[in-house]
Design a protein around this ligand. Structure first.
Ligand code: OXD
Ligand code: MN
Length: 600
């Protein structure tokens, strides 16, 4: 241990003195280590073996019923200055936050093993990747981190390399320090604290993925968004997919949707049959997080910092996402799903019948859904049939289009393109969506969720919008920006658009716009597909539904723009003037008589 990076060993010693574990285990990320962890958890009851004939290498974990989602009200971003945290985060002064959470960590690992988990977010040889070390007392977290990140010896070697000064001495290191304990799983004694200036995360009292797998939301979004801002890149809540066209191009698309709005499904899309025949193909690079930076050629190049999927199980079916079903048929950790009579994992949307619910009780519909609505699977991305080797590319992939979207049952059309980059930033900033079960709190309530980063942007949204705007500079070859809404409903409450594989029809239109092959129709809110520009052959959709999906309701949008204006005011005084001007420009254009739209 003496040869290990000074900053790391001294921090581990410090944490051990505070938490007082019985043992310390440095994780190497090996298969043997994973197998031993699984055995240990099977013995302790932390894992339950699933049907090994149908689901080899698959296990079930049941959370404490009060610990099943992210807890935004207990998540703090502790910049020294409150204003830097912004209206989008909860703030606590760093000293106070450390004192509060360290008191909880005091002696919390007594009698337990403390795991030291070195990890790399992104391919280990990528200049865009960043390392961290999570210290945790949860073997479930270790097992999940091994699937979700490049965890173990290679990450530790990179940390060691990065900590070495050119004269051979050790620097303080640049890795992110994450300290986690499940504690008593008491919601009253639970905090997720971030200290961006110190590259430090402290999380106590929850074992849930988004709160406890610190490489994911805490590091790769909240801490990384701060690093990205100061270093000139973007850390975003986006899937990354590649689309191979029949004419031999591959376009990479990054798409931001709030939690549990279908990023995983879109990233693994299976083209409609006629598209498959024509040669369309989808490559999955990532389903949740995207780090991108301008390359020498002015384009944005992106990596997926993760190595696995922590996907929402309910709704995953042979209809919505056959690729995901295939991915999770083996070597998967399931959390809070239900069980069938023959011990297979089950959730709403799958065929078959549940007999045991997510809490381990005999299934009774009176108790609610059999699987928790935020039940999850954790699985290596490499198991996905559409996983692409490009996910390992050190320089990342060049992004042709950025897509924003949310659950908007009314008003927002199926697709529109922003007029230009700063309009695109407005479109992202104005994003709204109905809340889902991925966080505690009411479900189905419309809230603004700029760039789908409301729970994850680790600094003031006003500064964040300014950072986005700053990419529009000389030499930049920026992606086009689009907004989609797969969730539009008709008067009968039914979805108007079939979604899933048919979403490729919308992506095809975007690609045609990127390649300059279609004109679209210019409206005040953006550019929409012209009549006949969306390819609909083989699709059973009524003309009136399509008209509704592609209509711009001026009165409704005037109200929407006023609401967006009010929302932007919450970022004052840090709201960039350029964004305000964009909002006013669109509002004014909407105010003009319809006749004028064509020339807006
Ligand atoms: C997730 C989330 O788990 O966004 O990806 O909550
Ligand atoms: Mn997410």
């Amino acid at each position: 241990m003496a040869s290990r990076l000074d900053a790391l060993t001294s921090w581990v010693t410090e944490v051990a003195a505070l938490t007082r574990p019985a043992n310390i285990h440095w994780c190497d990320g090996s298969d043997a280590e994973y197998a031993a962890l699984v055995q240990r958890m099977l013995q302790s009851g932390d894992l339950i073996e699933l049907n090994q004939q149908t689901h080899p290498g698959c296990y079930l974990h049941r959370s404490d019923p009060a610990d099943v989602a992210r807890v935004e009200h207990l998540t703090f971003v502790c910049h020294p200055q409150r204003e830097d945290t912004g209206p989008n985060n909860h703030w606590m002064a760093p000293d106070e936050a450390h004192a509060k959470i360290d008191a909880l960590f005091d002696g919390c690992m007594a009698g337990r093993t403390m795991y030291v988990v070195p990890y790399c977010m992104g391919p280990v040889d990528s200049p865009l990747a960043r390392c961290g070390v999570e210290i945790t007392d949860s073997p479930y977290v270790v097992a999940n981190m091994r699937i979700m990140t490049r965890m173990g010896a290679a990450a530790l070697a990179r940390i060691e390399r990065e900590g070495l000064l050119s004269n051979g001495a050790h620097s303080n290191g640049t890795f992110v320090k994450g300290l986690h304990s499940t504690g008593e799983l008491d919601p009253e004694r639970r905090y997720i604290m971030h200290f961006p200036d110190e590259l430090t995360i402290k999380s106590y009292g929850s074992g849930y993925g988004g709160n406890a797998l610190l490489g994911k939301k805490c590091h790769a979004l909240r801490i990384a968004s701060n690093q990205a801002r100061s270093e000139g890149w973007l850390a975003e809540h986006m899937l990354i997919m590649g689309i191979d066209t029949p004419w031999g191009e591959t376009h990479y698309i990054a798409a931001a949707f709030p939690s549990a709005c279908g990023k995983t499904n879109l990233s693994m899309l299976i083209p409609p049959e006629s598209y498959q025949r024509d040669g369309w193909k989808v490559r999955t690079i990532g389903d949740d997080i995207c780090w991108m930076r301008p390359g020498q050629d002015g384009r944005l190049w992106a990596i997926n910092p993760e190595a696995g999927f922590f996907g929402v199980a309910p709704g995953t079916s042979s209809n919505s996402n056959p690729n995901a079903l295939q991915t999770i048929a083996r070597d998967t950790i399931y959390t809070n799903v239900a069980l069938t009579a023959d011990n297979q994992p089950w959730w709403e949307g799958l065929p078959g019948t549940p007999v045991i619910d997510w809490q381990g009780r005999p299934y009774d519909p009176a108790n609610g859904p059999a699987a928790h609505p935020n039940s999850r699977f954790t699985v290596s991305a490499r198991q996905c049939p559409t996983w692409s080797q490009e996910a390992e590319a050190a320089q990342g992939v060049p992004i042709s289009a950025i897509v924003f979207g949310g659950r908007r049952p009314s008003l927002v059309p199926l697709v529109f393109e922003a007029h230009h980059w700063s309009h695109g930033v407005l479109v992202g900033a104005a994003m709204g969506s109905e809340t889902t079960a991925a966080a505690t709190g009411a479900v189905g309530v419309m809230r603004r969720d700029s760039m789908a980063m409301k729970p994850f942007c680790g600094y003031h949204y006003g500064d964040y919008f300014a950072h986005w705007l700053s990419f529009d500079r000389a030499g930049a070859r920026l992606p086009k920006v689009f907004h989609v809404n797969w969730f539009r409903k008709g008067r009968d409450g039914k979805f108007l658009w079939p979604g899933f594989g048919d979403n490729l029809r919308v992506l095809e239109w975007m690609i045609a716009r990127v390649e300059g092959r279609l004109d679209g129709v210019r409206t005040p809110i953006g550019i929409l597909p012209g009549p006949a520009e969306l390819k609909l052959d083989g699709l059973d959709i009524e003309r009136r539904h399509l008209d509704e999906l592609l209509a711009v309701d001026h009165t409704g949008w005037q109200t929407e723009l006023a609401a967006i204006g009010e929302y932007l005011d919450t970022c004052l005084p840090r709201l960039p003037e350029r964004l305000r001007k964009e909002q006013q420009r669109v509002a004014e254009a909407l105010g003009q008589p319809r006749q004028a739209d064509a020339t807006t």
